[in-house]
Ligand binder design. Structure first.
Ligand SMILES: [Zn+2]
Ligand SMILES: [Zn+2]
Length: 197
């Protein structure tokens, strides 16, 4: 018992680093995800394909296309390199482990949604509109995002749904910094891409 307590305490800095890196990486991801949804040009060029892919027929298509895979992998690899340097300097292996965990999480999360290890893809049974939760962002929570990209209940997070609740609160202020707001295009979003219940 004493040994277990000692071990846990000894690994606490590593555990904190793993969770910290994972949390910050998810925060960066969710903010970027929000801004791409309010930038029509960037959305069309980079992110719309992600929404189309998960709503389309499964029909033997790859789980990710080359563009998506390279985006996820370069983000994951970049973070891993940066956190390896942190681990080298601090001697805390948690930094590099947190980066690896986030990389694997992003890939597995979407493979699951495409029905990688089940007969029925999540999108085949459309999930109900998620509650405005402060818990973990489940794969079903994210599946709603794929088919309802412009819902005013935000579902941008991949890990902690609380980021979406905070974004919803900040949205009236934050939206003015988006590309669509700066170009006076927010009305287009309301007309053409409203919530599809
Ligand atoms: Zn997705
Ligand atoms: Zn999206």
């Amino acid at each position: 018992m004493i040994l277990a307590a000692w071990s846990f305490t000894a690994w606490l800095p590593e555990l904190a680093a793993v969770l910290g890196v994972f949390f910050v990486a998810d925060l960066v991801y969710v903010i970027d995800h929000y801004f791409v949804h309010f930038n029509r040009d960037r959305y069309r060029q980079t992110h719309a394909r992600h929404h189309r892919r998960y709503n389309g027929a499964r029909g033997g298509q790859p789980q990710f296309d080359d563009f998506e895979l390279s985006t996820y992998n370069s983000a994951g690899f970049g973070l891993l390199i940066a956190m390896s340097v942190m681990s080298l300097f601090t001697g805390n292996v948690g930094f590099v482990l947190g980066a690896a965990l986030k990389w694997v999480h992003s890939l597995l999360f979407h493979l699951y949604q495409h029905g990688w290890w089940s007969d029925t893809a999540v999108r085949v049974k459309p999930p109900p509109r998620p509650r405005p939760s402060w818990g973990l962002a489940s794969a079903r929570y994210h599946a709603w995002h794929h088919s309802n990209p412009n819902d005013d209940r935000f579902t941008y997070a991949e890990s902690w749904a609380g980021f979406d609740r905070i974004l919803e609160m900040l949205h009236p202020w934050l939206v003015r910094f988006t590309a669509d707001a700066r170009k006076g295009r927010l009305h287009l979003l309301k007309q053409g891409q409203g919530r599809r219940p």
